[in-house]
Write a protein that binds this ligand. Sequence first.
Ligand code: COA
Length: 211
Amino acid sequence: MVTGERALTLFRKQRVLNIARAPSSQMVKRVEDMAERIVVRVAGSDDAEAIGAVLRASYPKLMAPAYPADVLARALPFMVRANPALLRSGTYYLAATPDGTVVGCGGWTFERPGEPGSAIYPTQGHIRHFATHPNWIRRGIGRTLFERCVAEARAVGVQRFECYASVVAQPFYAALGFVTVGPTTIELEPGLTFSGPRMICHLTNRATDPP
Ligand SMILES: CC(C)(COP(=O)(O)OP(=O)(O)OC[C@H]1O[C@@H](n2cnc3c(N)ncnc32)[C@H](O)[C@@H]1OP(=O)(O)O)[C@@H](O)C(=O)NCCC(=O)NCCS
């Protein structure tokens, strides 16, 4: 039985939780504004050029503060290519302005990045190749792409996303409900590795979901 005092404590806790989970009115407005102007759709092979242009504009500029120049000089050529397998996956998306200019991209797969043939778990998805054009950052594009990933992955039973994040993207993923569980290193080619945080987001009861 819940006593009056205990009920009050539970109510207060729940209220705090709801306030913490509720998107701010400013954020909701920005996302609504963005939703009016930005179109998110599944990317295909025909989008390789436009997505490559976003990756080439985004990664060198936005990653420069966090990685040594010699590491980026070697790693970026591998990272700024639109990945043909992702473009065929049906779970890789792009964000475009009403005139069709591609300004962001990102998606998810059951396959773990950089480990073709590794075990697949039907309840676990992997976040893949997110980028926003530097002229469009902090306007809700990455978040909008991620919410599309969440909706589509949940619909097919995914309960958890894993992400091999870049150092610069860590605060972005944290804002989306990911927690850092350790470091990770991807081998881009023999002898060439790229490191960042490994992050996890549970799709059930996500802290950033509205109450
Ligand atoms: C990471 C990236 C995709 C984010 O794209 P974005 O469109 O700017 O993200 P959003 O505007 O949707 O940001 C959502 C929230 O994430 C957080 N966030 C995003 N970028 C941040 C940053 N640089 N520092 C701190 N918080 C950040 C904020 O809380 C933001 O909400 P707010 O702007 O209302 O405060 C973009 O910065 C990027 O392309 N980075 C370089 C490439 C990269 O590292 N990709 C990830 C590979 S794993």
